[in-house]
Design a protein around this ligand. Structure first.
Ligand code: ZN
Ligand code: MN
Length: 445
């Protein structure tokens, strides 16, 4: 986009939470690949008279996630009914949150240093799943309520993104953090992470200022980062053309036709008043004390970015290794365990990282202690022989009489220098422990 237009992009991310049970009933929340309508009860099927109760685990997950984005956690919040009619929503309303979400006013700093503002993070329930297929030769829509009532966390950002790459960077981190906190697998293919993008173009006026757009297009059903990228690019072209013709794009929800590479109108966008929000009378408001909030904050796990910083400092590893090690919490933990064991055997963090990069970490693999054993054994065979080491030690002692004298007079730390000299002769192939032992034996001869 040239100077005349600026992208104004905000994101909505829905993340299905990996809680044991559903948001407002005791049914198992897991639904992927399960037999249809086996995890259901009167509450999640919306039968009259059934009463909901809120899932504490889901609320804790949302608060943890919000804290990871520096959000303000509400001391008082509540659930609301959001009405719309669609066959996958049996009550004809979704229990969601309207004016008092659990988290608000979060931030995220992009690598460029730019701050993305997060408007809110709230909880709601997922809908059932419609399956369209032929039954007895007739086109039929079937409903699976296993997903109905599964906890869904919705994150809404301010329209702070000006480039698609910024949105992709942010979303990858959102996914990463959800996985690090073990609150969701955030898998876009399985639908446990879903995206919507709100975008418009701001046009440069005659004074050279960007005026705020007076319309907004919502892109829905985005199922991958690639798809999002292409859909936004197509939408930018379409909106730009309309604006150049002096028209304002209509406020609506659009989908993206990947084959044609263009977006198409789905429906005119609802406004909040169309949803007739009102407080859910069957659920009491939720209160958090300050100490409860700080308790959650204190139990936050180390986030990927902080881990990268610490690993860099503690193990002085290059970015190549860091990215690999920190991508997955299990891999990072494995590495640190191996480093701990390796320390006693003079196996360096870098050596460990180097082997791990070539291991298939997501398949069956040995425990850290076994890995170190293997590394020690491999090193032994490539070490210089004891005879060669001894020869080198004798040579070093005869050539460094000054250092030897210092050592004998009590400057024991000078042994490090002598080990270094021996390694030089052995071209780094000496076993430091053995060199040290032979040195000690020979220094007082
Ligand atoms: Zn249920
Ligand atoms: Mn929602």
């Amino acid at each position: 986009m040239k100077d005349d237009f600026k992208l104004v992009l905000g994101l909505e991310v829905h993340i299905e939470l990996a809680t044991k049970t559903k948001m407002f009933c005791g049914c198992l929340a897991h639904h992927f690949g399960e037999q249809a309508n086996t995890h259901v009860c009167p509450t999640c099927m919306g039968l009259p008279g059934a009463l909901p109760f809120a899932n504490k685990e889901a609320i804790d997950f949302a608060v943890k996630f919000g804290s990871s984005f520096n959000s303000r956690i509400a001391e008082y919040s509540k659930f609301d009914r959001k009405h719309y009619f669609y066959p996958d929503l049996p009550k004809a309303y979704q229990i969601s949150q309207y004016d008092l979400p659990f988290c608000s006013k979060g931030t995220y700093e992009l690598n460029s240093g730019k701050i993305i503002h997060i408007r809110r993070i709230h909880l709601e329930e997922d809908t059932g799943k419609l399956i369209h297929k032929k039954v007895d030769g007739k086109n039929t829509s079937l409903i699976d309520y296993n997903r109905s009532g599964v906890p869904l966390m919705e994150m809404v950002t301010e329209p702070d993104f000006e480039k698609i790459e910024e949105a992709v960077e942010f979303l990858k981190e959102v996914q990463h953090i959800a996985r690090y906190l073990s609150i969701s697998d955030a898998d876009m293919e399985k639908g446990s992470m879903r995206l919507e993008a709100n975008l418009s173009l701001s046009q440069k006026d005659t004074k050279g200022n960007y005026s705020l757009p007076d319309y907004k297009i919502e892109l829905k059903n985005i199922n991958s980062f690639k798809f999002m990228q292409k859909a936004i690019e197509a939408e930018i072209i379409r909106q730009k053309r309309l604006l150049l013709e002096g028209k304002t794009p209509a406020q609506e929800t659009r989908g993206f036709d990947e084959a044609k590479g263009t977006t198409f109108s789905q429906r005119s966008k609802e406004e909040a008043k169309d949803y007739r929000y009102f407080p859910e009378p069957d659920l009491p408001p939720i209160r958090f004390t300050k100490s409860e909030i700080s308790k959650v904050m204190n139990h936050l796990v180390e986030l990927p970015r902080e881990k990268v910083k610490r690993f860099k400092k503690e193990y002085s590893l290059s970015d190549h290794y860091l990215l690999f090690l920190v991508a997955d919490r299990g891999i990072a933990d494995y590495f640190e365990e191996a480093v701990k064991v390796g320390k006693d055997h003079l196996i360096s963090p870098k050596e460990i990282a180097n082997v791990m990069v070539n291991m298939k970490m997501h398949e069956e693999h040995e425990l850290p202690a076994e890995l170190i054993k293997k590394l020690v054994a491999a090193k032994k065979t490539s070490f210089a022989s004891d005879d060669d080491t001894k020869k080198a030690v004798v040579e070093v002692i005869s050539q460094n009489s000054r250092a030897v004298k210092d050592y004998k007079e009590g400057k024991v730390q000078i042994i490090g220098f002598l080990i270094g000299q021996v390694q030089k002769i052995l071209q780094g192939k000496g076993d430091p422990k053995i060199i040290q032992n032979i040195l000690r034996e020979n220094l007082f001869n």
